[in-house]
Ligand binder design. Structure first.
Ligand code: NAD
Length: 439
């Protein structure tokens, strides 16, 4: 078994900050590097610049113990045994694929400092073929030349459960070109492997594709059920009863089979678009994934339509409270958030929109400053003509409909996430609507 003592993590956003903290928790000496000086300053003081359950205490603990530090100077990573590449791969401005500027930039700058044998491990989500490119860039740029190897170890963590998912993932995928690198990866992940986490060892392109395929499958499941909700709406059927019946089929299962406002966030939407673009470059058409994306966008339109229907055809001049801004509960991530998207469209259509989110208020206010961002649910709902539940935080699920009735002007609830007990809300005098369910 190889000896790994020091680890560097390049890019300390949602993925990298979590990975760095978890590696420190496993006993490694870790240095995190980011080009964002404000982010580094915050992390270096043990403060997390975003919300992720359980992560801030872990960072603070290991920063205080000196096992985890952060810098903007990549030269300080030169002596690490293993370097994890965790930089962002956002959607390109033209919408046609992933922007690999940060991956290429970080790999080039890192390589120049690699004077001794080490392993660089890509974790960012990249189009298939990127790892081979990065391997060539690193070999060409590193003073240690062939002593520097590259592996790809895609990440599957879910925001809101990032720490548990990093320490105990469902599986570990190791894309390698040299079996000696497997010993290094096994040393890094010894704890998880000893705990029974399965490993899949493969080549670089397969490792990259596993991530694209996993995201595509999940997105397809979500859009499938949301397409069923559309059909239910058109046919006067009930999507919740339908999915309940489907879920009893063990071949189908229950997970990811809940209709709602669709997927969002910093990963699924841009990843499936990048996958379609890359597959087309490889002369493979994936039209079903384009449709998955289109159905997902239609969910947001349908939510706006439901609000308009409930308000007599137009939202102009009406007050709408939107509960939730994060793309999902347990996170403050508002990147491509369906909730914030719907809120912004309602605002553009002339509604006075007040948004509440227990964790994403600041992030939402930065991204959508045109909206009113309330500090409390009651503040958002005061005199509202309609309340729209857009992110299923548990505090919304537990709301007392009788109490909220005294706050709003109109007792109209559009529950885009099918999160509320409809009967209870109706019994308290609310008109309750949800996509795919009879009014
Ligand atoms: P993020 O935007 O939160 O973080 C990326 C970080 O990289 C930023 O802090 C940015 O400043 C930094 N960066 C950019 N260029 C750099 C450079 N040259 N050197 C050092 N730092 C640099 O993004 P994220 O959500 O952490 O995602 C990172 C990657 O992980 C993406 O490819 C994403 O698809 C993938 N991923 C994310 C998740 C998730 O849940 N967020 C899960 C699995 C995979």
């Amino acid at each position: 078994m190889s000896t790994v003592r020091t680890i560097s993590v390049i890019g300390t956003g949602y993925l990298g900050a979590t990975h760095a903290a978890c590696m420190a928790d496993l006993g490694f000496s870790v240095i995190g590097v980011d080009t964002d000086a404000a982010k580094v300053a915050s992390l270096a003081e043990g403060r997390l610049p975003f919300f992720e359950p359980d992560l801030e205490p872990l960072i603070r603990k290991h920063v205080e113990h000196g096992r985890l530090r952060f810098t903007t100077d990549i030269a300080e990573t030169a002596d690490a045994d293993v370097h994890f590449l965790c930089v962002g791969t956002p959607q390109r401005r033209d919408g046609l694929g992933a922007d690999l500027g940060a991956v290429h930039g970080a790999a080039t700058v890192l390589a120049a400092h690699l004077r001794r044998p080490c392993l660089v491990v890509g974790k960012s989500t990249v189009p298939v073929g990127t790892a081979a490119e990065v391997a060539a860039m690193i070999r060409a740029g590193a003073p240690a030349g062939d002593g520097v190897h590259l592996a790809w170890n895609p990440e599957f963590l879910r925001e809101g459960r990032a720490v548990q998912d990093t320490l105990r993932p469902d599986r570990l995928v190791f894309g390698i070109t040299d079996t000696r690198d497997l010993d290094v990866l096994r040393a890094v992940y010894a704890d998880a492997l000893a705990g029974g986490v399965p490993e899949v060892v493969t080549d670089l392109p397969t490792a990259e594709l596993v991530k694209a395929a996993a995201n595509s499958f999940l997105a397809t499941k979500i859009s499938f059920v949301n397409a069923m909700a559309e059909v239910c709406d058109a046919a006067g059927a009930d999507v919740l009863a339908l999915t309940e019946a489907l879920a009893h089929d063990t071949r189908i299962g229950r997970q990811f089979l809940r209709p709602g406002l669709g997927f969002g966030g910093g990963c699924l939407p841009k990843d499936i678009r990048a996958f379609v673009a890359r597959a087309e470059e490889l002369s493979v058409g994936l039209p079903f994934l384009r449709e998955v994306d289109a159905i997902n966008i239609r969910c947001r339109k349908r939510a706006v339509q439901l609000v308009a229907e409930e308000l007599g055809g137009s939202v102009a001049g009406r007050t709408v409270a939107v509960l939730g801004a994060a793309f999902k509960p347990g996170s403050d991530d508002v990147r491509d958030s369906p909730a914030l998207h719907v809120a912004s469209v309602l605002h553009r259509l002339g509604a006075q929109v007040r948004v509440h989110d227990p964790k994403a208020r600041d992030a939402a206010a930065r991204r959508a400053p045109e909206l009113t961002h309330a500090g409390t649910v009651a503040g958002a709902c005061l005199d509202a003509d309609l309340v729209l539940l857009a992110t299923e935080w548990s505090q919304y699920v537990e709301l007392d409909p009788a109490h909220l009735a005294g706050v709003v002007r109109g007792q109209r609830m559009v529950d885009t996430r099918h999160a509320l007990p409809a009967d209870r809300w109706r019994a308290a005098g609310w008109r309750y609507r949800a996509p795919g369910r009879v009014a």
